[in-house]
Design a protein around this ligand. Structure first.
Ligand SMILES: *Cc1c(COP(=O)(O)O)cnc(C)c1O
Length: 500
């Protein structure tokens, strides 16, 4: 076992520290040139420099105590109000900033649970009704806070089915959720229709606009058809929107908005009896860094509506070119009709010969330097398009054409390596088995080793139990899956991948 790293006995020179860190980046995803499709939202060098300066100005301050740092309180309140105006919030609209979309969704769920606890104390097992495409942060929130999510299948257009959702509401429902847009296929759920149901039943309705909050308003202003998704819908009671996505802020910035204080008040935490004094906190974290709040404020004010409209215009044009280009590739289809700048594509599902293996195509694209976001049900690749991608669309389309042609000519590569592992992971009906192998990966990622894991080795380790099944059940993934499917059908009679 290599020796464990310790804090150096004597500190190192600052230049040396910075140079070492720069060296660490050698194997990182390359995002500046647009070959990364998510994770980074880049609005150019000048904007990035502004964010860094804004963050540096407030890097020591702590928004835990808004009385001590009134500057941060002010900027947080202004970011909340700018977001509320953008999303057509009523005059009563209130909210807080959080560290990201996940924390915003956690807070929406926590607030709904605690509101129900005070208004409907007879509810013992609170539930949420949401479409199956809702972001996994909701699952995490339900898991953390002890609620159950009733997932409802979406329609063939990947949008939520309001009538099916209405049927899943019961006496325990404390929250209804939908997305604008949902992440996997980029379509906006029918918020007006679901909002009418929520309003009639008197149930809070949260819109996860984490990714759409700072782009849909501009897409709509540019004249593209966008279903009404925000506080204009009377049933909508809360909205989450990430400033660190299409708001082009620094990481660690999101907003959670509520129609009025009667909802937000259930988000707060107050303890009156701690030895350390009376303690009140608006959200999950205790200490709240000043830097993300300052950078978020700077981003919104520096961008202005004109800046956001320009970036949205370029991103939408790039998205249209991408979608049209993908649709023109014989082996490929785009899933759904994306309302904004998210595109999901994969192998044609109705191909008579079964089509190309998408995970093999994904491997090929990755080898060409693209960072690839793999999805399941259906197997697909996800692209989050920003203005920064307009220069790479043609390269990407050329590589997708080449990769699909290559996999068509060499179908056997789908049965090995990464592609086989992802193929298995996506389709294995025993989800507990998949979970176990992913947990194994987590343990190796967060274990005692420092060396960043080799992705290929990870895949192989990950596939361990799964690949063993492949070998045991006939040597090919499809044969193994066929057997597993039959076994599962006998046991549970449920289709694979179903979340409900
Ligand atoms: C990104 C995202 C989230 C989670 O946000 P994080 O900032 O990654 O925590 C939630 N919902 C949707 C729709 C998202 O795109």
């Amino acid at each position: 076992m290599p020796e464990r790293i310790r804090i150096p006995e004597v500190g190192r020179a600052h230049d040396d520290v910075l140079m070492t860190m720069d060296g660490f980046r050698a194997g990182d995803a390359d995002w500046r040139d647009g070959r990364t499709w998510s994770l980074v939202y880049y609005a150019g060098e000048a904007h990035s420099e502004l964010l860094k300066k804004a963050a540096a100005l407030f890097f020591a301050e702590n928004a835990l105590n808004p009385m001590a740092f009134r500057s941060l309180k002010r900027m947080e309140a202004e970011v909340v109000q700018m977001s509320a105006s953008m999303l057509n919030g009523p005059d009563t609209c209130v909210g807080t900033m959080t560290t990201g979309g996940t924390e915003s969704v956690l807070m929406a769920v926590k607030a709904a649970r605690d509101r129900a606890r005070s208004k409907q104390p007879w509810i013992r097992n609170p539930e949420i009704v949401a479409p199956s495409t809702i972001h996994v942060a909701l699952d995490k929130a339900a898991h953390y806070f002890g609620l159950k999510v009733r997932y409802v299948d979406v329609g063939p257009d990947f949008r939520a089915d309001p009538e099916a959702m209405a049927r899943r509401i019961n006496r325990n429902t404390v929250l209804i959720c939908a997305s604008a847009p949902q992440y996997p296929q980029g379509v906006v759920d029918p918020i007006v229709e679901i909002g009418a149901i929520a309003e009639k039943r008197g149930i809070p309705f949260h819109i996860d606009a984490c990714i759409g909050g700072f782009i849909l308003p501009w897409v709509e202003k540019l004249g593209y058809p966008v279903p009404v998704f925000d506080f204009r819908v009377p049933g909508v009671t809360s909205i989450s929107a990430d400033v660190h996505k299409y708001g082009f802020a620094a990481k660690g910035a999101s907003v959670i908005l509520y129609r009025d204080m009667s909802y937000l008040k259930h988000q707060f935490f107050v303890s009156t009896d701690w030895t350390g004094g009376i303690y009140a906190s608006p959200s999950m974290t205790g200490t709240r860094g000043g830097a993300p709040i300052a950078a978020a404020w700077a981003s919104l004010v520096a961008m202005g509506e004109a800046g956001f409209l320009e970036h949205a215009d370029r991103a939408m044009k790039a998205t249209a070119r991408l979608a049209a280009g993908l649709r023109a590739i014989p082996d490929v289809q785009v899933f759904g009709e994306p309302h904004a700048t998210l595109v999901s594509w994969g192998a044609k599902l109705d191909a008579r010969d079964g089509g190309v293996n998408l995970f093999a195509v994904a491997d090929r694209l990755q080898a060409k330097g693209w960072s690839i976001d793999r999805q399941q049900n259906p197997a697909s690749i996800h692209c989050t398009v920003t203005s920064n991608h307009d220069t790479v669309i043609d390269d990407y389309l050329r590589d997708v054409r080449e990769a699909t042609a290559y996999v068509r000519a060499n179908p056997n590569i789908a049965a090995s390596g990464n592609a086989a592992m992802y193929g298995m992971m996506a389709k294995v009906p025993f989800r507990a088995l998949v979970k176990k192998s992913v947990l194994g990966v987590m343990e190796s990622l967060y274990g005692t080793s420092i060396e960043p894991p080799d992705p290929d080795k990870l895949a192989a380790a990950d596939a361990g139990p799964l690949m063993k099944l492949v070998n045991e059940y006939g040597g090919t993934i499809d044969a193994a899956l066929g057997k597993l499917e039959a076994a599962r059908g006998k046991l549970f009679g449920k289709r694979p991948g179903s979340r409900s």
